[in-house]
Design a protein around this ligand. Sequence first.
Ligand code: GLU
Length: 410
Amino acid sequence: MSTFDEVNILFDRASERLGLSDGIRELLRRPWRELRVSVPVRMDDGSIRVFSGYRVQHNGVRGPYKGGVRYHPDADQDEVRALASLMTWKNALVDIPFGGAKGGVQCDPLSLSNDELNRMTRRYTTNIEHLLGVNRDIPAPDLGTSAQTMAWMMDAYSHIHGYSPGIVTGKPVELGGSVGREQATGRGVVLVTRIAAADLGMDPRGARIVIQGFGNVGAWCVRAASEMGCKVIAVSDIHGGVHSGDGLDVRALVAHARESGTVSDFPAADPLDNNEMLELDCDILIPAAIDRVVHAGNAPKVRARLVVEAANHPLTPEADAILGDRGIAVIPDILANAGGVIVSYFEWTQNLYQHRWTLDEVNDELDAMIGKAYAAVRETSLREGISYRDAAFLIGVGRVAAIFQMRGFI
Ligand code: GLU
């Protein structure tokens, strides 16, 4: 089953419960617009490689399209389409005035030099530029992209349209990025984890936590979880993981990763691989890397009490059902990792007004918005007797469907 089909299982359950007509379901399920482009790049050795690039605008009824751009070998049309639809439901759930989109270039960014990445980003941007706009579609970082990628995108777009900081979010702060954007996803994940743990009667202080992934989101989750008093017992990145039953020395681990480029050879802990870590005995598991890491094969072996999805779509629907049957609580991606796009919204607003917020203002607003979304999901879940994931989709899909009717779209 494709990733898009998997996401649509969740969408279909929500539309069934909402009683949407077949026509509206079809309209909401499908992306509104998809663009596939060739991205030719002159490599450092003089050869030419042609990558495939995508931008999928899934639904724009609630506002400009919004969503990240990922550079990853699996970023094909289907995956980008699935992630674009998740953005539609996520943005609606946290009630920010955006539709959903996603972009990607199918490549291995780790095998490209900085100059090659710069050239690839510029060509990708100029090839999709006619779909973008400060009030039309605003990209942001995702897997394999960063503030630097956004600076290149903004520069390429501004060469054509004039100085346009609001065309992307997640930019460097010096270029109009928002303070607090880089850590926002991790902050949101940990905030939601703290509330969910308390709801389960678990004290987050001292809770044993496993975090898979040490990219932007994973690394900030590790720091925020440790600041909150959790015992971070295992962390991994693409090279592998490390484990210590007594809790890792997070400060030393972060310093080590900065030096060596990986957490996997951190000397003060035992090595373990990326699959083993998902099966560790722990209180809270946070998959913060890639999609579909928990599946029917390993879901029966997950030993956490609470799973918080920092990555997009880290659980297959089968895994989700297995964890549900086993009484393991799951906080879904469209709620748990929404902190990033929430602060993207603040960044876009600041760019439109040419005004800067302080870090306290950003963090306070972020905490309030994600806390409100969590409370709505919890309340819906209890009222309807459904999982947090189904509740989150019910709210997101319901809001988009309501706006369709209101605008008299068809
Ligand atoms: N890529 C992030 C996500 O999946 C952020 C998107 C954005 O800020 O537009 O939510």
